[in-house]
Ligand binder design. Structure first.
Ligand code: NBX
Length: 829
């Protein structure tokens, strides 16, 4: 009975000595225990890495405790849950973030220092979890942190790639890719659930069967692999709630054994089994042109199938009627990558649970919501029908049926407008037939989200115009945000302390709107002095890193000017480099007296190019060639330096962003859906030099246009400029710097030719030439502001004060209230 269970529980609890204790002495005991029994080293002799391992295991224990409590609380109270489906999560390191969110960083620091270790040094031992490409993937990570902190009953689902995003190695200025075999040194943050497994099926045929006199489609699959769950606890800040990020790994299914036995070809069948594991082996680097690769489609379905089986099993444990599904479950599609979920849930409900099609469809549409991170139609994901039909024959049937019904409904509404019908169809006709994953996601979701106001406006006018006119009420925007826990508290401890001191509270760590309180001190000279010191400390840290990575010594008096993000033509790193060449050229032509008035600059560029993206790789090489010339010019000295930071990733970002004075966000207006890097720089008191694109428009609303350096054509103007692209006037300076590259001033003349061609008059799609004049003016304005330190610091303070709206806490709260309809559910202490 109940009493018996309670007595047993109490005995267990006392046997375990209650909850884990967090005083420094208990932490030391736990760390040493892990040194001896988990790491299996002597507690009298262990190095920094082993100390890091033991330390993380002691943190892991504390996470697991809270994880258990949170999940039994959710199980008991049965709130509506959100399942966040994403093929990418860029978590970075976990140690500092976890310890801070658990609220025991001081205790750990003390415990370690008594053992002769320094927390920060051990934290450096951890490698990044880089299971994603860029903005989209880091956004998922920030949003998980906010979901946990705001007590929402949510789960994340993803893939446990064995190889994360490639490591970028620079050899003679060229990018080379190396595999990121990140699990090599173990991963203390995951919990392997050997018993949480599901079978995932592929290939085969569809047959018709008779069930109680009714015809049914039955999928007879040809291949089975197993999905194993790996759970990654996500602690919230200032709450006991600890969510789960469940990542799936592929392993061979035991079903194959029988086949091996039957065919007698034992060795080959073992080799074949092993192939199953390749499904979750490697993350696809984003090149934004979808090539219809079978392995990629397999990954997507593997992920979708395992996640939905898990979700439906959990739902059925607590509920017995699928009508309740939309009240208990919200499924969120992070871009179109998991959008096969829509076909899969129909297959489960219709083929396996035997619901009628219409009822199943009604449930599906209520359950799904969708966020797109793309602007232009060419960036949207398509899957060749042939490929899909062979890998997932039943799903192709279902997709055709969904599309047929949609087309019928559409005809009733808009008549026989065949052009529009064919544009909106889920199936793209043509030489190669494709499934349009975005159309599927829009049709199957009740809400479609853009990632900034401007992004949604653009989608409504262009890419999704037809759908917007059909279902205006479906379309919303949720401006992206980033978590101040990682992007201030973890990465910029000095700024964190300063903010808390002047606000008189740490409450801003859970409520970023409070940062506006800093405005009260914006003219206080003492505050300015401390603010300046914080930036100095962070610049020193960054300067040391630069010297270690590239051998270049940089002056702390120079303006640290940073552009770090994936390399893309639309992000216009080339504009930055051409601007730097222009600056160099001006310096060379200046007399000694004038040079004294020049603001010294350290230009820092970092980012990875997709392995197959030739133009992006040439931009990286150009950056190195220009850097070589400038940095070795003794005539220039500290007035101008250019450094490329290799292998830009989350932990490099944590070092670079706090040390930046100026950061550049140069996308041609209308091309960056949102941009999230800018928000991290803003939170760290770094001024922005940017186009009016994506979320920058909203940043301006918060901090005012005189607190950043804005330049370039506006969205409305971009279309017009492109109309007259062959006659566009470009400034003389632009032609001049481009000529320098063409003429081989930086070497590699032939290699850079095709790069120069992309911005030649008439072909300059991203409008570097026509924005160049305005870009140089904005740069000049930045220089002018930098020599008035009081003004600069004030702008910096106002940037941080206005950054509250760009906390992912705000984004997540909007999603929860307007899209997912979920409520906070706080696990009691
Ligand atoms: O998503 C990015 C957008 O470009 C940013 O403007 C936006 O701020 C960010 C978060 O909403 N998109 C992005 O990062 N996409 C990918 O990384 C990507 C990955 C795989 C793929 C296509 C795109 N197949």
């Amino acid at each position: 009975g109940d009493g018996e269970r309670r007595a047993k529980a109490e005995r267990m609890f006392s046997l375990m000595d209650g909850f884990l204790k967090n005083d420094p002495f208990s932490l030391q005991k736990d760390i040493l225990n892990h040194v001896e029994y988990t790491v299996a080293r002597s507690r009298f002799n262990f190095d920094d890495f082993e100390a890091y391992q033991a330390l993380s295991h002691s943190v892991r224990d504390r996470l697991i405790e809270r994880w258990h409590d949170t999940h039994s609380y959710f199980k008991r109270t049965k709130p509506k849950r959100l399942y966040f489906l994403s093929l990418e999560f860029l978590m970075g390191r976990s140690l500092s973030n976890s310890v801070i969110n658990l609220g025991i960083q001081d205790q750990y620091a003390e415990a370690l220092s008594q053992l002769g270790f320094e927390f920060e040094v051990l934290a450096e031992q951890e490698g990044d979890a880089a299971l994603g490409n860029g903005g989209l993937a880091r956004l998922s990570a920030c949003q998980m942190d906010s979901l946990a902190t705001l007590d929402y009953p949510a789960w994340g689902y993803g893939l446990r790639y064995e190889y994360g995003l490639f490591r970028q190695v620079i050899v003679e200025g060229f990018q080379h890719e190396q595999p990121d075999y990140w699990l090599n040194f173990g991963n203390p943050w995951e919990i392997e659930r050997i018993h949480v497994t599901y079978e995932v099926k592929f290939y085969g045929t569809v047959e018709e069967a008779d069930l109680n006199g009714e015809k049914h489609q039955v999928w007879v699959p040809g291949e089975t692999v197993e999905a194993v769950a790996y759970d990654n606890p996500i602690p919230g800040y200032g709450t006991r709630n600890t969510l789960n990020l469940r990542l799936w790994a592929a392993k061979p299914s035991n079903r194959f054994d029988l086949e091996a036995y039957n065919t007698g070809d034992y060795i080959n069948s073992v080799v074949n089994r092993q192939r199953a594991e390749t499904i979750s082996n490697v993350l696809y680097p984003d090149d934004r042109n979808h090539q219809g690769k079978e392995l990629r489609l397999k990954q997507q379905y593997f992920f979708v199938s395992a996640s939905l089986q898990d979700i439906i099993r959990r739902f059925k444990e607590a509920h017995n009627n699928f009508d309740e599904l939309p009240d208990k479950v919200a499924l969120h599609l992070n871009d179109t990558h998991p959008s096969l979920s829509i076909a899969e849930i129909m297959r489960i409900l219709v083929d396996e649970e035997h619901l009628g099609w219409n009822k199943a469809w009604d449930i599906a549409c209520k359950v799904f919501s969708f966020t797109t991170h793309t602007v232009v139609a060419e960036g949207l994901e398509k899957i060749p029908v042939d490929l899909l039909g062979s890998l997932l024959p039943r799903h192709l049937q279902i997709l055709y049926e969904i599309n047929f019904n949609f087309m019928e409904e559409l005809k009733k509404k808009i008549g026989l407008d065949y052009n529009r019908l064919s544009r909106m169809s889920i199936v793209e006709e043509g030489a190669v037939k494709n499934i349009r994953m975005a159309n599927l996601s829009i049709v199957g979701s009740h809400i479609v989200n853009g990632v900034s106001k401007l992004h949604l406006d653009t989608l409504k006018r262009t890419t999704f115009k037809d759908f917007y006119e059909l279902w205006p009420e479906k379309f919303q925007f949720k401006t992206n945000g980033v978590t101040q826990r990682r992007w201030i508290v973890v990465s910029n401890p000095s700024l964190c302390a300063l903010i808390s001191k002047w606000l008189g509270t740490e409450a801003w760590i859970r409520n970023a709107d409070l940062l506006t309180g800093l405005r009260d001190h914006v003219d206080n000279p003492n505050f300015h002095q401390e603010w300046k010191m914080v930036k100095k400390v962070n610049k020193m840290r960054l300067a040391e890193y630069i010297e270690a990575m590239s051998g270049v010594k940089v002056s702390l008096d120079a303006m640290f000017d940073v552009q770090v993000k994936r390399i893309h033509e639309y992000k216009r790193q080339l504009l930055n480099i051409l601007g730097i060449i222009h600056r160099y050229d001006c310096l060379k032509n200046m007399d000694k007296n004038d040079r004294r008035k020049v603001v010294p600059r350290v230009c820092i560029i970092g980012g990875k190019a997709a392995p197959g993206y030739e133009i992006a790789k040439k931009i990286i090489k150009l950056c190195h060639s220009v850097a070589e010339k400038i940095n070795n010019d003794t005539d220039i000295g500290d007035l101008l330096k250019l450094v490329f930071i290799p292998d830009y990733n989350v932990s490099v970002a944590e070092l670079v962003i706090p040390g930046a004075d100026l950061s550049q966000h140069l996308s041609t207006a209308g091309h960056e859906a949102s941009g999230t890097g800018s928000m991290k720089f803003l939170m760290n008191g770094c001024l922005l030099l940017a186009t009016a694109d994506g979320s920058t428009v909203e940043i301006i609303e918060e901090i005012g246009s005189d607190n950043l350096f804005l330049f370039g054509a506006k969205v409305q103007e971009v279309a017009e400029l492109r109309e007259k692209i062959s006659t566009l006037k470009v400034p003389l300076q632009f032609a001049r710097v481009l000529r320098m590259v063409r003429d081989g001033y930086f070497g590699y003349k032939d290699y850079f030719k095709s790069l120069c061609d992309t911005v030649e008059i008439g072909k300059d799609f991203y409008l570097l030439g026509s924005d160049f004049g305005s870009y140089l003016e904005a740069q000049a304005a930045a220089d002018k502001a930098f020599v008035e330190p009081e003004k600069w610091i004030k702008m910096s303070i106002l940037s941080v004060s206005g950054s509250g709206r760009f906390s992912s806490d705000r984004t997540i709260q909007e999603y929860a209230e307007r899209t997912w309809k979920i409520d906070p559910s706080r696990c009691p202490l």
